[in-house]
Ligand binder design. Structure first.
Ligand code: NAP
Length: 309
């Protein structure tokens, strides 16, 4: 049965991915959108508020919430109360408590799906399979991009709950938490805040692996990179060689040999998975990447840097 879905928040990701991917997937029909600015794809009804959406389209099955994270809990809570299934853009919520609350509200009643789009790469699945049970010597995450190029005009990223450099950085952590064979914990963090911003523009994290404290595990996130953009994860193992995930998880090399280089189809994978969840009635809620960001904030040493203009 086709799922009648509405998108809430018609910003960049809704426009670039959700609208075209829903249009291609026969399991879904875009029934409406909610947009404060009245933005909508041609022929699709638009409502100024989610309340109006539920009143006017009572047979709606699901919503995809594509707003900034700070307001997502309220939209998701309202959707679950209106008996709709919920797909959440990443990061699902700004706090772990809000996510636990949504998980409990959905349990046994509706499907809740916390999407982590970077995980929907063939190279990430392959890296996970290759690393299963392996002995890790080191992990190095390098996520460096130009915030002005990728987030023009997005004021919310600098506000509390906006995640700052962890908005892209959490994508790396979603891959790390998917592929690492053993649990890792944040041991220390340095967070670099522009003097005029509420969220960090850069961060350095050191992790520990529970059963092997000698492993060197670190991550560097930086939004000030105007040169070559890098979204790379390197894992050195004692028994499986050197794995390099490049291009945000699209390409996998092992000991210099290309293993996977698949075209990007993250959102196609997200909606295929959502269709399966809807068919089975199961939720898919993974707080692990959000947990690492929260712990980085909890342990992080604050460093002030020049204002962001
Ligand atoms: P964006 O371009 O700023 O769009 C967010 C949209 O949400 C706004 O255009 C607005 O749409 C709506 N909105 C903003 N503030 C709101 C509020 N207070 N209450 C209700 N609606 C509000 O941001 P984005 O880049 O699409 O990112 C949205 C989420 O997707 C983020 O969590 C981000 O991490 C994730 N994401 C983004 C990308 C990307 O490439 N940009 C990739 C993957 C994931 P209306 O005016 O239509 O209501």
């Amino acid at each position: 049965m086709t799922c009648r879905i509405a998108i809430i928040g018609m910003g960049k990701i809704a426009h670039d991915q959700h609208v075209p991917v829903i249009a291609k997937n026969p399991d879904f029909e875009l029934a409406a959108v909610v947009s404060q600015r009245g933005v909508h794809p041609p022929g699709v009804p638009v409502f100024a508020s989610s309340r109006e959406l539920y009143e006017k389209i009572p047979n709606l099955d699901a919503v995809a919430i594509c707003t900034p994270p700070a307001v997502r809990h309220a939209f998701a809570r309202e959707a679950l109360a209106a008996a709709k299934h919920v797909l959440l853009e990443k990061p699902p919520t700004p706090t772990l408590a809000e996510l636990s609350h949504l998980e409990a509200a959905a349990r046994g009643k509706r499907v809740l799906f916390t999407t982590w789009h970077s995980r929907f790469n063939a190279a990430v699945a392959e890296a996970k399979a290759r690393l299963a049970g392996s002995s890790i010597r080191s992990l190095e995450v390098e996520w460096k991009e130009d915030v002005r190029r990728w987030h023009p005009g997005q004021e919310w990223i600098w506000q509390p709950g906006g995640f700052g450099v962890f908005d892209p950085g959490i994508n790396a952590l979603s891959i790390v938490t998917a592929i690492m064979p053993w649990a890792i914990f944040v041991k220390s963090a340095e967070l670099f805040f522009p003097r005029n911003c509420q969220t960090p523009i850069a961060a350095r994290l050191v992790f520990e692996q529970a059963d092997d404290p000698a492993a060197r595990l670190q991550a560097e996130f930086d939004w000030r990179e105007t040169g070559e953009q890098s979204w790379n994860i390197t894992v050195e193992t004692a028994d499986r060689g050197l794995l390099r995930l490049r291009n945000g998880g699209a390409r996998l090399e092992i000991d210099g040999e290309l293993i996977v280089d698949a075209p990007l189809a993250e959102y196609e994978g997200i909606y295929q998975h959502f269709a399966k969840l809807l068919a089975s009635g199961e939720s898919d809620v993974d707080p692990a990447p959000l947990q690492l960001v929260a712990d980085a904030y909890m342990l992080g040493r604050r460093v002030e840097v020049e204002p962001f203009e």
